[in-house]
Ligand binder design. Structure first.
Ligand code: GLN
Length: 197
């Protein structure tokens, strides 16, 4: 019998409620995570979009940096969207915030610039069938360099890398929780199911 994986959503700042709503629409079991004890009860974790320096500060205040790092190293799936992608990175172009250094990627914050810092476009996402995903970018980062163990799942026409995976770690520069299309969350839920089995 497969049990429904418990998907934690880091609920310190940002659009965690939208992630939880999308997970509920897939009959998943989302849990808001603000403490190490709540994290320990999760099979997988989403770090939402928001403001990465604020989220990093709150992560330190709530003593979650070590527990999230251990969670990722235990092989449980972790997905960062937008600000979450910034926090999963090994290194940033910018001096702040201090990222978690979990994925072998260099990330450039606010990479699309001020004039066009929010836009929507359709992207092909490797591993997601059924046509392109509609992707919402809000003051989004992009991935400027990937290490040898990182798989590029989506890039824009101009070459900007906007979705990557490294084993149990997934990062997207856009916000799948802001569109009604559940396929990106279904993709992550499958990672969670495999890990929880
Ligand atoms: N620009 C934000 C940051 O650097 C991320 C934006 C987002 O999560 N939508 O934290």
């Amino acid at each position: 019998m497969k049990r429904t994986p418990v998907v934690g959503v880091l609920a310190l700042q940002g659009d965690f409620a939208e992630h939880a709503a999308l997970l509920r629409s897939l009959d998943a079991a989302p849990r808001e995570v603000r403490t190490a004890a709540q994290l320990a009860g999760a099979d997988a974790l989403i770090i939402p979009g928001g403001e990465s320096t604020t989220m990093a500060t709150l992560m330190d205040i709530f003593d979650l940096r070590g527990p999230i790092t251990d969670f990722a190293r235990s092989g449980r799936p972790l997905w960062g969207t937008c600000a979450g992608m910034i926090l999963l990175a090994d290194r940033l172009v910018e001096p702040a915030p201090e990222p978690l250094r979990l994925m072998d990627i260099l990330v450039h914050r606010n990479a699309f610039g001020r004039q066009v810092d929010s836009f929507e476009t359709d992207i092909d996402f490797a591993g997601i069938d059924g046509g392109p995903l509609h992707a919402v970018f809000i003051r989004a980062p992009w991935v400027a360099e990937v290490g040898p163990q990182v798989e590029v799942l989506a890039a824009l026409d101009n070459g900007a890398v906007v979705a990557v995976r490294q084993a149990n770690l997934l990062a997207t520069a856009f916000h799948p929780e802001l569109t009604p299309d559940p396929r990106a969350h279904a993709y992550f839920l499958e990672m969670a199911r495999v890990a929880a089995a």
